[in-house]
Ligand binder design. Structure first.
Ligand SMILES: [Zn+2]
Length: 317
């Protein structure tokens, strides 16, 4: 039997990060720089959840800011992030404002600070929908609230009347209600209990299945394994391995991906050897991970159609 799925009314799109480098200046003299991203290339594709995983401070949240055009003033960037014909790294604020919401939606880490304290959830939601030309009070919004196990009365509540977990789910519902072509979710489950986290992950999966692109930024490998199609492993501002969930999070090829898996409770929480690498003024000519573990490495590249490795230990074939 052939079924026809109605395409969403929002524009469909993808995002291509091409050799993106991001350096954020620290105050003081001489000037020191945080190398938050170093030549990061990644495609966010409609219909797929792409998880960017790595420990806190590896630069993955800075990628979210870069996609939304929200990098701090004075940041130096190289490369490009194309959304259609627009380079999000160099676009004007006016152009970015036209893209945010309906084109690119952000689910930030701290939901509570992004809700207007003097407006009810329903009022804020209606305003956002109206601003993007969508019918307010649509059935779709109620369905999203249901999907996220938010009671119908949530719509009449003020942010201070919501628990942290409810506020997070409200923000997820608000972002997804605009049906953005690309959703960037930055640690969307970090403050949630496992049951609630599962609802948020399912909502993101459904959004991708409806033909949109989802970028899930998370330190939670279990979450990534549950909903992602593609996984990009990031260490010290660089991507180390990109590929399907299996092999990357089941039989990884890169030493850092293996170290992340070894740190899971199911694998005995074995800590990674050595000390975390600093992002401040690193030597860009060396690999931070293999320097950390004291193993020389050589650049690798594509090892399969959809599987890429930054490097392998020297001497490996
Ligand atoms: Zn290396």
């Amino acid at each position: 039997m052939t079924t026809t799925t109605a395409m969403p009314t929002t524009m469909l799109g993808s995002v291509r990060l091409d050799e993106v480098s991001i350096r954020i200046g620290l105050p003081g003299s001489p000037r020191r720089w945080v190398h938050a991203a170093e030549r990061v290339s990644l495609d966010l594709v409609p219909g797929r959840v792409t998880a960017v995983v790595g420990e806190s401070g590896c630069g993955k949240s800075v990628l979210a800011l870069a996609l939304m055009g929200l990098l701090p003033a004075g940041t130096i960037t190289a490369g490009s992030i194309h959304y259609g014909d627009v380079d999000l790294l160099t676009a004007s604020e006016r152009v970015l404002q036209g893209i945010r919401g309906g084109g690119l939606g952000l689910i930030p880490q701290s939901a509570a600070t992004h809700l207007n304290p003097v407006r009810t959830v329903g009022s804020t939601m209606a305003e956002a929908l109206a601003a993007h030309g969508r019918p307010t009070g649509a059935d779709g919004v109620r369905a999203l609230l249901d999907e996220l196990a938010l009671p119908a009365g949530t719509i009449d509540r003020y942010p201070h009347e919501l628990s942290g977990g409810m506020a997070q789910r409200v923000l997820v519902a608000m972002t997804l209600a605009l049906r953005p072509a690309v959703v960037v979710a930055d640690e969307p489950t970090s403050a949630l209990d496992p049951g609630t986290a599962r609802l948020v992950l399912a909502a993101l999966r459904n959004h991708a299945d409806a033909g949109h692109a989802v970028m899930l930024i998370t330190h939670d490998l279990v979450a990534a394994r549950e909903v992602a199609d593609t996984v990009a492993v990031m260490y010290a501002g660089r991507l180390m391995e990109i590929g399907p969930v299996d092999p990357v999070l089941v039989r990884p090829r890169h030493g850092y991906s293996r170290a992340l898996l070894d740190a899971l409770p199911e694998n005995g929480m074995t800590p990674a050897p050595g000390l975390p690498s600093s992002l401040v003024d690193p030597d860009p000519s060396v690999c931070a991970w293999h320097t950390r573990v004291g193993v020389p490495c050589v650049p690798a590249g594509r090892v399969d159609d959809d599987h890429w490795l930054a490097c392998v230990p020297a001497g490996w074939s």
